[in-house]
Design a protein around this ligand. Sequence first.
Ligand code: KIV
Length: 268
Amino acid sequence: MKKKTVLDIMELYDSNQKITMLTAYDYVMASILDEAGTDILLVGDTMGMVVYGQKTTLRVTLEDSIRHTQAVARGAKSAMVVGDLPFGTFQVSREEAIRNSIKLIQLGNAEAIKLEGGSERISAIEGILDAGIPVMGHLGLTPQSIHKFGGFKVQGRSEETAKKLIEEARVLEEAGIFSLVLEAIPWEVAKNITEAVSIPTIGIGAGPHCSGQVLVTYDMLGYFDFKAKFVKRYADLKKHILSAVQEYNREVREESFPDLSYSYEMPK
Ligand code: KIV
């Protein structure tokens, strides 16, 4: 099976086909999302919340990101794998950002990295690109800045902040990012940004006019209780798992599982 690269993503964009991206954190889920034909698997730092039960994404480490990216990369036969630079791994210096991006590629097996932020990250982005690593940007509600925002709040709702987002998107495009995540902004602003740049925008809570969409897989499968306005539940996995596990617990307790059909016997 042919592995998708930045060139394939650009080809989808150039031919006006929507790009699909989902988050993945482990091998089995990555294999399923890959088999379903997803274009990009993002090993997002949302792992802090959905895998590790933390309240924010801020405690995820580079080692967490590398370990989960390795697992996802093993399952991604066709999808492109993007590793997320966690909080604290790219803000301190350009050198650290380059070194940590190289680790995500070399040790994690990612094929591109994503980092949050706008013009304040240009020096780091240029350095990472100079190292030969494709960069995905991320604007809007960037969860690594929630303390600055005062919580998980929709961004770009005033004329001034909407204008700033468009400017930032242009600056990121000029720096050379290959695509841009837009998170939790009004759809009109996302549409304006998508029209203002010549790289794919990938929306989450940013309306239908982006070049592609991303959701946190556990949210869209109904595996995690979180339900924001922008999350469509395509399945109700929690309900199915609950009923399967309740049935298992009952059958073990009442001794109907395992019967002999699930048991080995001595050779005759
Ligand atoms: O970390 C993540 O999963 C993300 C997506 C929500 C875009 O950044």
